[in-house]
Design a protein around this ligand. Structure first.
Ligand code: UD1
Length: 427
């Protein structure tokens, strides 16, 4: 069992380069199923979620080679099984992203039903409704979803009830091989969806309007493998910006490897809090903020404020000079982080999907538990300015989505280490 131990009170300086986006790389990997042959993916983050997606694809018969730490080749010519098994879907919900491409290429898929997870119910009803409109028939038994398109996929119009990232992606990946045109209305607009559409178009798909609420897909007969580089991780970048705003030395911290436009609303809120964020080539330079203004934010689909930056923002607002209100509209259980931050001295009251954050003058280091991926990272970052030591446990959550998180923080001068500890509940 590893924990992350942070000693508070040390300034960070220098430059950190973010990895490729988790939420892009996972879908790009799934999309390789659509193009028999060998696709090369670059800028793939070396994180445990990517390893799980690799296992899902290998179980189906794909051959994956690791060219270097961030480059994979995936040969999907020999894929002869269409199943995403329970043990892998249970580890990572995003395994369900193989449903669209499997239906697109083979007309069938068998996917373990994703159960609840620590972010709430997270249903996939919109994926299913959309795919049904394309001609897919669904059956469920023994915890599995069996999807089949007996007459092939036929283009149609789908209006999503909510701009779901996963549903938009699964629909695009199925519709690229459908007969005729599909129009997705109220599509999600996240930069990772644009990245996926770009790769599919390089493969020969005809997708128009990705990144806008209306995406049109004209089905094509075949897709060909390509070489594609995943977009930089805007959420990892946002996490390091928060670290810098809290703890940077006089020269600030450069966060590079991403497109600041992808963090538009987040940077706007950082600036409203008084944080100086300078645009530089391929990223930003961020300076320590001596006094945070309180802020009101509500999480929304892109280009709104991302739910994946909510915990990090709560960390900043917990030290603001006044009261902030944070409203979580995307995931019901995403305030579990607040009670961990309270253990470090924050003053936060949660009511339903609102959190009232009353700024305090500082954090005190404590033993805390990662409630989820982003919350875990935000706790370690809070530890940078906490008095004494902060020990973050359940860091497998952080490993899911942050590559070499401890090493990157250390390279900036943070006093942080990964420590193996015995489980205190063991006899
Ligand atoms: C993706 C991201 C995740 C991010 C989220 C929102 C990946 C691997 N994960 O998750 O990091 O926090 O987008 O930006 O890319 N919903 C339904 N029915 C559905 C689909 C979704 O009710 O069929 C609900 C979900 O329960 C949730 C909300 O819609 O409350 C948003 O879900 P969605 O946008 O689909 O997020 P994910 O694709 O799961």
């Amino acid at each position: 069992m590893d924990i992350i131990r942070v000693e508070g009170g040390h300034a960070i300086e220098g430059r950190v380069c973010v990895s490729g986006a988790k939420n892009s790389a996972l879908k790009l990997m799934a999309a390789t199923l659509l193009a028999p042959g060998t696709t090369t993916l670059q800028n793939v983050p070396n994180i445990s979620d990517v390893h799980v997606m690799g296992k899902v694809l290998k179980r189906m018969g794909a051959v994956i080679e690791v060219v270097d730490e961030h480059t994979l080749t995936i040969d999907t010519s020999g894929v002869d099984s269409w199943e995403a098994p329970y043990e892998l879907v249970a580890k990572m919900r995003a395994s369900t992203a193989v449903m669209g491409p499997l239906l697109g290429r083979f007309g069938c898929a068998k996917i373990a039903m994703p159960g609840g997870c620590n972010l709430g119910a997270r249903k996939i009803d919109m994926h299913i409704l959309g795919l049904e409109a394309l001609g897919v028939e669904f059956d469920t038994d023994h915890g599995y979803i069996h999807a089949k398109a007996p007459h092939g996929l036929t283009g149609t119009s789908v209006t999503l009830e909510f701009a779901s990232v996963g549903a938009t992606e699964n629909l695009i990946m199925a519709a690229v091989k459908a007969k005729g045109a599909t129009v997705i209305d109220n599509a999600a607009r996240e930069p990772e969806i644009v990245d996926l559409a770009n790769m599919l178009n390089e493969m020969g798909a005809k997708i128009f309007g990705a990144g806008t609420p209306v995406v049109t897909i004209e089905g094509v007969e075949e897709l060909k493998p390509v070489t594609h580089r995943a977009v930089g991780d805007r959420i990892e970048a946002g996490t390091f910006i928060v670290a810098a705003a809290l703890a940077a030395g006089p020269a600030g911290v450069e966060v590079v490897g991403f497109n600041p436009i992808h963090l538009g609303m987040v940077i706007k809120k950082f600036e409203a809090m008084g944080i100086r964020v300078e645009r530089i080539e391929n990223g930003v330079r961020v300076f320590k903020c001596e006094r945070f203004e309180p802020v009101d934010i509500q999480t929304l689909p892109f280009p709104g404020f991302p739910t994946d930056m909510q915990a990090q923002m709560m960390t900043l607002s917990a030290l603001a000079d006044g009261n902030s209100i944070i409203t979580e509209n995307i995931f019901e259980n995403r305030f579990m982080f607040a009670s961990e931050l309270v253990r470090m001295g924050a003053d936060i009251r949660v009511e339903g999907h609102h959190a009232m954050v009353h700024g305090v003058s500082g954090f005190s280091g404590a033993q805390v538990t990662s409630p989820d991926l982003r919350g875990g990272a935000a706790l370690a970052v809070a530890g940078l300015v906490a008095e004494g030591y902060t020990e973050v446990s359940a860091i497998y959550h952080i490993d899911r989505g942050y590559e070499r998180f401890v090493e990157k923080l250390s390279s900036l001068g943070a006093v942080v280490e990964r420590v193996a500890v015995a489980d205190p509940t063991d006899d």
